[in-house]
Write a protein that binds this ligand. Structure first.
Ligand code: S3P
Length: 770
């Protein structure tokens, strides 16, 4: 964070020792002691109440204090103003005077903790002028008690702290201030001051106004004592925040007047509508409104459930702790061009099948043994979710033993289920959780939190589930209310998606009646195959899948074949590289997954299959790929769902081909772990390959020369956008590059392909992991 001797801030001066100011001082003091090497060298405070200063000095929280800024704040490199919003401007003026008098450095960072940000920012602009170091802050934490004695050093722990820097704020100052708040336990987020004020008007200022208003209304009744005497929990809960500090709230209501009035107007219109519903005794609408509100409030309760960002895994899988820790760090690949590719390799287990083995094994009666399990973070997220729901799962490397609890045996998780980067876990589990008797919440990382979840929530609601995507745009966190009876539906899938299909198949196991799902095009069918293997009847008639609820699953052993999606990186590498080429052993050859082989063959690749066999209901084969000349093609749209995860690396193949390759009908690529059309086009452009982005695909201008393994790509820096397949695809490109390729954000490779870099180096690439 900072070197061992020099504190991050030499002198912190807090102005105002009310609840927030005093809690901050106390929290910084404790963090300073806890961290050994101090965050802050010296803490001082200014307050007009001499008793607060005296008590703070006596408690050892501050070294010095008084009632004038110039005396106390001299030499401070951080000043935090913690007084009611209306007084902030005059305090800023005093600080500016102190700067002019040479008492306070001009580059001192000035911040505040007020609940409105636009007016404070404007005051700072007026007083300090251009290039000032004012960075507004607002801890979303508080209590109805006020004053120094109400202080609480834990007040900010696991609470949000909003910083509102301007585009001119120095980045290092923002970073230092953020670190200080993080050190006192806050989760720091940044937003624009006006956005802050709009949001806070609805979530904080309006509710406070209503609490003050109703309490004032009742207090104004002549018989108010009787009212208060008989008021019970409802009044107590609703009015709690009306006991907050009047001056503070007066200042906030005025400072955020326009956003607050807008939210109040909306509230009044809504209330009038509600009045009319009651006057009309319109029971249906009323129940509808009350039900929606109750549901939303319960979801909000789930969202407030606290969870650490990376919870430690339970002892049965404690070896994964290190893998998880690694993901927190930002990793990159630095790759030197190398193009002699040769070897015989195995790639890790199939991701889709690994997920499903844990799900069905957990829900089965009896013990399921899985071998070849993918030890990647996505599959481990699914595994951890079932451990969290009370299933005993033991893992030794790629061997997993699952002690099934039966379709009615899951128990409520104590915390939100963390799905990490894994869309498959979240979407498939949505189907299972919708049918459980308990409430649940699923969260995910940045990439997963941007991916569409309404595509599963909508049909699940049609089945009677109570599920809400609580993110901004129909995205995670997903919040599910348990105890709903599900009914069978007939559902034509709007997109060919195995995840939506599988989610509905899973929910249908608990639904009353027979659910029918109609696919627009065939997508991977591992769920259907594995259900049959676990003895649950399912009928597949062309594109129509039917399943009747109420059955049970019987444990069985699963052998997971190697993942063709992981093999694809090495197939393309062998085709575009020099050397002898590669053999990849025992790869899953499920016909709903082999589109990549068909597409590469259409482009002229030399691919041979050998040792074909069927293992655990899934076909497998060894794949041998020799270097060859590739040529551009129009990719048949019927192959798109069968190669959906392989397009990033196929774009690398297309870049090395002669002529143009055109992909259409692949809009789904835009909602994968990243927007794979745009992100690939950007990366290709960085490396000197031209492409035209289409809404549902891409046209790539191949740079290959027939009969040569010419250099196609220049060097450059690629952003993976939290997408494992983007990272691996550009690593493959290095075999035909002129210069080094650096790929940022490669830690996500662990989600599907742990050991990728080592294996790639073994066959001839030169990846250095940093
Ligand atoms: C998967 C289905 C595909 C695929 C994903 C895994 C699965 O997603 O992209 O990596 O295991 O069912 P869609 O079904 O959304 O296309």
């Amino acid at each position: 964070m900072h070197d061992g001797h020099k504190p991050m801030f030499e002198h912190l001066c807090v102005i105002g020792l009310g609840l927030i100011g005093a809690s901050f001082v106390q929290a910084v003091y404790h963090a300073n002691q806890r961290l050994g090497s101090p965050l802050v060298g010296k803490i001082t405070a200014v307050d007009t109440n001499p008793k607060s200063i005296k008590d703070a000095i006596a408690a050892g929280l501050i070294q010095d204090g008084g009632d004038t800024v110039s005396a106390v704040a001299a030499g401070a490199d951080l000043v935090v103003i913690a007084t009611p919003v209306q007084s902030v401007e005059s305090i800023m003026q005093t600080l500016k005077d102190a700067m002019n008098a040479g008492v306070l450095p001009y580059d001192a960072i000035i911040s505040d903790v007020g609940s409105t940000k636009v007016s404070v920012q404007q005051a700072a602009d007026r007083i300090f002028g251009l290039g000032h170091h004012f960075i507004g802050g607002h801890p979303i934490a508080g209590a109805e008690n006020s004053g120094f004695d109400a202080r609480n050093g834990e007040l900010f722990v696991q609470h949000k702290l909003i910083l509102c820097p301007t585009p001119d704020s120095p980045a290092d100052a923002v970073a230092k201030l953020a670190k200080l708040w993080q050190a006192v336990g806050a989760e720091v987020i940044q937003m624009d001051a006006s956005r802050h004020d709009e949001i806070l008007a609805y979530t904080s200022h309006l509710p406070h106004l209503l609490a003050f208003s109703l309490t004032h209304q009742l207090a104004s009744h002549d018989d108010n004592l009787d009212i208060f005497r008989y008021a019970a929990g409802g009044f107590r809960d609703f009015s709690r925040i009306a006991a907050s500090h009047p001056v503070m709230w007066h200042d906030i209501f005025i400072a955020n007047k326009s956003a607050l009035l807008q939210s109040l107007d909306e509230f009044q219109a809504h209330l009038s509508e509600f009045r009319q519903i009651i006057a009309n005794e319109d029971s249906q609408t009323m129940l509808d409104w009350l039900g929606t509100a109750r549901h939303a409030r319960r979801h909000f309760g789930h969202m407030l459930a606290k969870k650490p960002m990376y919870k430690p895994y339970s002892s049965t899988i404690s070896k994964d702790k290190d893998a998880i820790k690694d993901t927190i760090m930002n990793q990159s690949y630095h790759i030197r061009p190398q193009n002699t590719i040769a070897g015989t390799i195995s790639v890790p287990g199939d991701k889709s099948i690994s997920h499903r083995s844990i799900m069905f094994g957990s829900l089965a009666d009896g013990i399921t043994q899985v071998s070849g399990f993918l030890q990647g973070e996505d599959a481990l997220s699914t595994l951890q979710a079932f451990v969290d729901m009370g299933v005993k799962i033991e893992r030794q490397g790629d061997k997993v033993t699952i002690h099934g609890v039966g379709v009615d045996g899951l128990s409520a998780p104590a915390e939100p289920l963390d799905m990490g980067n894994s869309g498959t876990s979240m979407r498939l589990l949505a189907g299972i959780l919708s049918a459980q008797p308990f409430d649940s919440v699923m969260t995910g990382d940045v990439s997963l939190s941007k991916r569409p979840m309404e595509r599963v929530a909508k049909p699940l609601r049609q089945m009677g589930a109570k599920i809400q995507s609580t993110g901004e745009k129909g995205t995670a966190p997903l919040s599910i209310t348990g105890g709903q009876a599900l009914n069978a539906i007939e559902y034509p899938l709007p997109v060919a998606s195995a995840q939506i299909k599988s989610c509905l198949i899973l929910a249908a196991m608990w639904a009353k009646g027979t659910t029918t799902i109609i696919e627009p095009e065939v997508s991977r069918d591992h769920t259907e195959r594995m259900l049959k293997a676990f003895g649950y009847p399912i009928s597949v008639d062309g594109n129509k899948i039917s399943i009747t609820g109420g059955g049970r699953l019987t444990a069985t052993d699963i052998i997971v074949p190697a993942d063709i999606s992981s093999a694809a990186f090495f197939m393309v590498l062998a085709a575009i590289g020099g050397g002898e080429g590669l053999t990849i052993e025992k790869v899953g050859m499920n016909p709903t997954r082999t589109g990549v082989i068909d597409i590469l063959r259409l482009m002229g690749a030399d691919i041979r299959l050998s040792n074909e066999a069927v293992v655990g209901g899934e076909p497998i084969a060894d794949i041998t790929v020799r270097p060859s000349d590739l040529h551009g093609i129009e990719i048949p749209e019927s192959l798109v769902p069968l190669a959906i995860d392989e397009f990033p690396v196929l774009f690398i193949a297309a870049s090395c081909a002669t002529g143009t390759t055109k992909l259409t009908g692949a809009k789904e690529l835009r909602v994968k772990e990243s927007d794979r059309i745009q992100v690939m086009a950007d990366g290709l452009a960085t490396l000197g390959v031209d492409s035209t982005v289409l809404e549902d695909g891409i046209i790539i201008q191949g740079k290959g020369v027939a009969g040569e393994k010419n250099a196609i790509f220049g060097g450059g820096v690629i952003e993976s956008h939290h997408d494992h397949r983007i990272a691996m695809s550009f690593a493959v490109a290095s075999s035909r590059a002129t210069d080094d390729i650096i790929i940022h954000g490669t830690q996500t490779v662990n989600t599907s392909f742990p050991g990728f870099a080592e294996l790639a180096n073994q066959v001839g690439l030169a990846i250095e992991v940093k």
